[in-house]
Ligand binder design. Structure first.
Ligand code: GDP
Ligand code: IMO
Ligand code: MG
Length: 427
């Protein structure tokens, strides 16, 4: 298969990093198309353990071309730090390219993200404070500064001068904060530009040529479908499209080029940040999942909220993305439970619904309807074939396939590459 998208099916942190690192072994190109350094993709491989924020998780395979597409908002300081950290641990990055059209996260975006969150008080969204929302606002407001602009310093100064005047008015008059110095921001970003110059390209040309040649291309989703700006639990969402459709404008790729769409699903549910999560557990089961799985945010370190698998949310996710297959992760975490619950519908005002609602006020009144299934209560981390799994784990997987509506291609039973059951070839 040539172009394969790997998309978060839930609220992010499904294990996309592990899956991309694993599949990259057979890929020619890995491309990020959305989000920014709000993403934290954990990769555990022979180089060590890494939390990737901007660099695609295919970077550990030196021949794989890695692309940061135009749909990503790029914090150049974070990227340069990430590159340094990779180099210091023996990872080559000579095959990394950045789209000249990628919008930059600027210092005022970082400040505004925090100031806006504080102004929201009890209604804070729980953003990662990486400047993502304000950077996407500027993109749409046509005030954004793009990576390619750093290469023309004169023009960059002119644009920055205009934008910063407006931003300083907001910082000082709305928030009573200190203004930013044009000179300092300009000097810092010119330096970043010089260091990033070798990486900046018209990456849409590279992606299209790779697809035309029939190269194996992986599209690395970030965040998850339930955090999508249109279809997630708005306003408790991220600021861009997290579904497969976002990969086309996010890379300059035609939809007809995409051959397979893999939904990455955790065997249970987690969410980090605020917003409704119908299957959240507030008891010792939720606590056990969190501690056993070490469910703490890869970007912010915040504890993740944990709960049973939400079949209602996952059905919506499957419909929006048209998944051709599932990569089911963290099945091993559930192997201590004598019984497992799956949410198959919601109960609200005495009625049962099976479609995920658009209104969060409505969603907050929804109570999960549970289906209880037997757990295996035996260590499955050594399973390498589907048939190595105990019958209870196999029937749990089969039930999730029915609910999501497509077959499982891969089952992950641990964070390492080898801790994987390949059910069907993906790429
Ligand atoms: P991503 O943002 O989707 O890449 O996911 P994160 O890296 O934020 O969170 C997933 C976590 O699960 C990471 O700590 C991974 O190392 C870990 N992980 C991935 N797959 C498995 C698995 O099958 N079992 C276990 N126990 N951990 C896994
Ligand atoms: P990966 O790619 C989990 C969440 C934040 C917050 C909301 C908005 O690792 O799966 P933002 O900073 O984007 O404005 O925050 O979205 N969020 C994520 N949650 N995984 C992520 O990325 C996330 N990226 C953003 O916690 O609730
Ligand atoms: Mg993550």
């Amino acid at each position: 298969m040539s172009v394969v998208a790997v998309i978060g099916g839930q609220w992010g942190d499904e294990g996309k990093g592990k899956i991309i690192d694993l599949l990259s072994e057979r890929a020619n190109m890995v491309a990020r198309f959305s989000g920014g350094s709000n993403a934290g993709h954990t990769v555990l491989n022979p180089y060590g353990e890494f939390r990737m924020h901007l660099v695609p998780s295919g970077i550990f395979h030196p021949e794989v071309v890695c692309i940061i597409g135009n749909g990503v908002v790029l914090d150049p300081k974070t990227l340069l730090e990430e590159l340094e950290s990779l180099h210091s641990r023996g990872v080559e990055t000579k095959n990394l390219y950045i789209s000249d059209r990628a919008h930059l996260v600027m210092p005022y975006h970082l400040l505004l993200d925090s100031l806006e969150e504080e102004a929201r008080g009890g209604g804070a969204l729980g953003t990662t404070r990486k400047g993502i929302g304000p950077a996407f606002v500027d993109k749409v407001q046509r005030l954004g500064i793009r990576a390619g602009e750093l290469l023309d310093k004169e023009n960059f100064l002119e644009r920055l001068h205009f934008v910063l005047e407006q931003k300083n008015l907001i910082l000082t008059r709305v928030y009573g904060a200190k203004p930013l110095s044009l000179e300092e921001v300009y000097q810092d970003y010119c330096q970043y530009g010089e260091r990033l110059r070798p990486f900046i390209r018209e990456t849409e040309v590279m992606v299209e040529e790779a697809a035309q040649r029939g190269d194996r291309v992986l599209l690395e989703g970030s965040q998850g479908t339930m955090l999508d700006i249109d279809f997630g639990t708005y306003p408790y969402v991220t600021s861009c499209s997290a579904i497969v459709g976002g990969s086309c404008p996010g890379l300059g790729l035609s939809p007809i080029r995409i051959d397979r769409i893999i939904g990455v699903f955790k065997a249970y549910t987690t969410r980090v940040g605020a917003g409704p999560m119908p299957t959240e557990l507030f008891d010792e089961t939720g606590e056990l999942i969190r501690e056993r799985a070490h469910e703490y945010g890869a970007t912010t370190g915040r504890p993740r909220r944990c709960g049973w698998f939400d079949g209602v949310a996952c059905r919506l996710s499957s419909q929006l993305n048209g998944f051709t297959g599932i990569a089911l992760t963290r099945l091993d975490i559930l192997d201590v439970f004598p019984s497992l619950k799956i949410c198959t519908g919601y109960k609200v005002d005495g009625e049962t619904i099976t479609r995920f609602p658009s209104s969060i006020a409505f969603l907050e009144r929804c109570q999960p309807l549970w289906e209880e299934v037997e757990g295996g209560e035996c260590d499955i981390s050594g399973a390498r074939q589907f048939d190595d799994l105990p019958p209870q784990a196999r029937s749990y997987v089969r039930r999730l396939e029915e609910i999501i509506g497509c077959p499982v291609d891969l089952i992950s039973v641990g964070p390492r590459r080898e801790e994987t059951i390949m059910v069907r070839e993906i790429i």
